[in-house]
Design a protein around this ligand. Structure first.
Ligand code: UDP
Length: 326
């Protein structure tokens, strides 16, 4: 029996693959390497280069490796890109996930863990948001993921199939053992970009929007260390293996930081001032999104171990300094 990790050459998938191998699971990685990096795949894993839309290949992999559970990371994740090219997001995220879920049902895979997102909620004036919060995605990215959650819920009603959808808040940082980190070329995420500025690889950090209704006018996000996020996946897999019902969980710490606070953290950790440029808001960005993590803690016993912004930044900066490109 093995676990299939789609997108296992990507940032979060590569950490998942390491964690599964560490706990003694057999892992198969399926990744088309459009944004993933082959070298990031744990040596202990079997690597298959291919696309989750290639149903014939997926069914071969599921059957050949006796896949017991699928952890599905493969997809596109850039909010403004989804605003510019929505149909690509509906193809690469929604339609591709549909094909993967169908292949799982056809091959008798009964457990599925899905990388969902806080972007399914959209704008809120609440200090934090729980799983039953209103779903009003602000971007095609959020909608592409919410539609996948609906497909999973419908599939679980109709078939012998259970799933956990994990709604990620803002994932950052690197493996504390230094084995993986955010390596995606041209990544757009705040902490990675700020680290690139600190390393002198990018001339300045754009601050996208300074007129949000937040205390310092910049966007607030709940930054979660990638290792704590992976811990939630490991618990979710155990939960499904124990026969638990399908469920949806938020993955965040329950407190947020503004863009300016993140800039200050990077300055503290790097020991230097960052060049910043105030810019207009970015399309599709809500002002504030912070998790209510109560359900994840109560139902799965999740205990975060890296809930410290400076630790997250230090890991991201150390990893970034080992890469030689932006
Ligand atoms: N952001 C920014 N400059 C950047 C990248 C991001 O000001 O170069 C802001 C963005 O507008 C949002 C926050 O940082 O308020 C987090 O954005 P990111 O792209 O990291 O994640 P998202 O929340 O969009 O998934």
């Amino acid at each position: 029996m093995s676990v299939l990790v789609t997108g296992g050459a990507g940032y979060i998938g590569s950490h998942m693959t390491l964690a599964l191998a560490d706990q003694g699971d057999k892992v198969v990685v399926l990744d088309n390497l459009t944004t993933g990096v082959r070298a990031q795949v744990a040596e202990a894993a079997t690597f298959v280069q291919g696309d989750i839309r290639d149903t014939k290949l997926v069914r071969e992999v599921l059957e050949k490796h006796q896949v017991e559970a699928v952890i599905h990371f493969a997809g596109s994740i850039v909010v403004p890109e989804s605003v510019e090219n929505p149909l690509f997001y509906y193809a690469n995220n929604t339609a591709a996930s549909r094909d993967l879920i169908e292949a799982c049902v056809a091959s008798g895979v009964k457990k599925f863990i899905f990388s969902s997102t806080a972007a399914v909620y959209g704008a809120t004036d609440q200090p934090s948001i729980a799983e039953d919060g209103i779903k009003a995605p602000e971007s095609p990215y959020g909608r592409s993921k919410l539609m996948t959650e609906w497909m999973l819920a419908d599939t679980a009603m109709a078939h012998d199939f259970r799933y956990v959808a994990l709604r990620y808040f803002n994932v950052a940082g690197a493996d504390p053992k230094g084995r993986s980190g955010q390596s995606t070329p041209r990544a757009t995420h705040l902490i990675k970009r700020a680290c690139q500025v600190a390393l002198g690889r990018v001339p300045y950090l754009g601050i996208f929007g300074t007129d949000y209704p937040t205390p310092d006018g910049t966007g607030i996000r709940d930054y979660i260390h990638v290792s704590d996020l992976i811990g939630a996946h490991a618990l979710a897999l155990g939960h499904l293996r124990n026969g638990a019902d399908s469920s949806v969980f938020n993955c965040g710490y329950g407190h947020g930081f503004s863009v300016r606070e993140v800039v200050k953290a990077v300055e503290r950790v790097a020991g230097k001032a960052l060049a910043v440029k105030e810019m207009p808001r970015r399309a599709g960005d809500p002002p504030m999104i912070v998790s209510n993590p109560a359900k994840l803690k109560a139902a799965l016993g999740w205990k975060p171990e890296h809930d410290a912004l400076d630790e997250i930044v230090a890991g991201a900066l150390a990893w970034e300094s080992r890469l030689n490109s932006t």
